[in-house]
Design a binder for this molecule. Structure first.
Ligand SMILES: NC(=O)C1=CN([C@@H]2O[C@H](COP(=O)(O)OP(=O)(O)OC[C@H]3O[C@@H](n4cnc5c(N)ncnc54)[C@H](OP(=O)(O)O)[C@@H]3O)[C@@H](O)[C@H]2O)C=CC1
Ligand SMILES: O=C(O)CCC(=O)C(=O)O
Ligand SMILES: [Mg+2]
Length: 417
């Protein structure tokens, strides 16, 4: 057993590590893949999802390939296994680092006080700088818009900085007073409306962080034959953070990808024809409803990306079908996870839609190069939705649908492979 992985984690006897060599993933036929079940509905969803992922691999490769799952702990389950107040054991972080690729369910983050997000902490500790969230429509899924099929976007959300760095000071504390004094006395700031009762937050946005995210988005657009990359920002108001993101993004596209200005700029065209453009975030949110066809790959900052992910997911049927991945394209490390949270009111009821985690698993299989298994998941999902046997979230919006439980939905997916 590896020294860094502690006694709570049972490393499968069969199976090998995925590694990175010469910039390429080396994937054995029996890779060990760590997973976190997740809080709230996480257990219901994982139980269903793992069966679907295993069935797709079995069907595609007839036993030649198989994922060896290794449970690691975070959130409520880490408290049970490791003892109270252990939310993200070092061994869990180490396991994701060592085994390179993993998958996780959602974890609870309290509002206001309490612990900071374990989800965000994991992304930061593993330096998973790109949060990749594809938004595509599956025929038959109920949607609130007239032409959901016009939505086909891939979000690249910066995942390690912005206000998610968690640098905040609560009003009334000595830290907030120190911050206020620094801003007022040393920086000459005169615009804090209520200085004595203000909380303060810091929004770090760097050139390096922006460049690696925008680089990943442009490379993705090139590799996948996409038409445009749009930098979404609020740079008119936050000139040096969000405005910096826009300017650094354009500069990178010129410098590294040969972008040339269209009609005097700032929009650019790459030699292959891909257009690099930008839009202010509020205008973007109305345009994705009115003219979604104009947007393709999206590169944006952390908070914008969080809002945009849920908004776009709603257009194609909701966060029950919104997958994602957190990736470091340099080290290869990746943790796949749904866009949604723990949906606690449905916990233990076996009713929630597992599609977001299943599709996150589909992304993971594709990332491993196991495309046949990934394709099987997509085709069986389309077929199952076409049969109108769906979980509550779709059933309540679909005429003539049969509502099924999470576990039955998984059975049907497997049956349709
Ligand atoms: N990456 C992560 O781990 C994330 C964690 N969180 C955390 O999750 C907790 C709950 O957050 P909350 O804001 O309620 O957001 P959630 O995403 O958990 O749930 C909000 C609503 O979205 C719908 N929904 C969510 N998941 C599904 C699903 N799989 N299938 C169908 N519908 C779904 C439900 O809508 P309806 O009520 O209409 O049925 C649900 O009530 C918080 O602690 C938050 O911090 C949030 C986001 C991401
Ligand atoms: O960490 C959390 O609790 C929320 C994260 C989130 O909303 C997201 O990543 O989309
Ligand atoms: Mg979110």
């Amino acid at each position: 057993m590896d020294t860094q992985i502690d006694s709570h984690i049972k490393v499968p006897a069969q199976g090998e590590k995925i590694s990175m060599s010469g910039g390429k993933l080396q994937v054995p036929d029996h890779p060990i893949i760590p997973f976190v079940e997740g809080d709230g509905t996480g257990a219901d969803i994982w139980r269903a999802s793992v069966r679907v992922l295993d069935a797709a691999v079995e069907k595609a490769y007839g036993g030649r390939r198989k994922v060896e799952w290794m449970e690691v702990y975070a959130g409520d389950k880490a408290n049970e296994v490791y003892g109270e107040a252990v939310w993200l054991p070092p061994a869990t972080v180490e396991a994701f680092k060592e085994y390179l690729i993993g998958i996780k369910g959602p974890l609870t983050t309290p509002v206001g006080g309490g612990i900071r997000s374990i989800n965000v902490a994991l992304r930061q500790e593993l330096d998973l700088y790109a949060c990749l969230r594809p938004v595509q429509y599956f025929e038959g899924v109920p949607s609130p818009v007239k032409n959901p099929e016009n939505v086909d976007m891939v979000i690249f959300r910066e995942n390690t900085e912005d206000i998610y760095a968690g640098i905040e000071y609560m009003a009334g504390t000595p830290e907030a007073a120190k911050m206020r004094d620094f801003l007022v006395s040393e920086m000459g700031v005169r615009k804090i409306r209520f200085p004595d009762t203000s909380s303060f937050g810091v929004k770090p946005v760097s050139q390096e962080g922006t460049e690696r995210l925008v680089r990943a988005a442009i490379q993705y657009a090139i590799d996948n034959g996409r038409k445009s990359v749009t930098l979404v920002h609020k740079g008119n108001i936050m000139k040096f953070t969000e405005g910096g993101f826009r300017d650094w993004g354009y500069d990178l596209a010129k410098r590294e990808f040969g972008g040339v200005e269209i009609d005097g700029g700032p929009w650019l065209q790459l030699p292959g024809g891909i257009v690099i453009k930008d839009v202010i975030a509020d205008a973007f949110l109305q345009q994705i409803l009115l003219r979604p066809k104009e947007y393709d790959v999206i590169a944006t900052l952390n908070l914008n990306g969080d809002y945009i992910s849920d908004a776009l997911a709603a257009q194609v049927g909701g966060i029950g079908i919104a997958p994602g991945a957190n990736i470091n394209y340099v080290s290869g490390t990746a943790v796949f996870e749904a866009t949604h949270g723990t949906a606690p009111k449905y916990a233990g009821k076996d009713v929630i839609n597992p599609s977001s985690v299943i599709l996150s698993g589909e992304m993971m299989l594709r990332y491993l190069g196991w495309t046949e298994a990934a394709d099987l998941i997509l085709s069986s999902l389309s077929k199952t939705i076409g049969q109108k046997t769906v979980t509550y979230d779709f059933a309540r919006l679909m005429d003539g649908a049969t509502e099924v439980k999470t576990s039955v939905f998984a059975d049907n997916l497997i049956g349709n492979m």
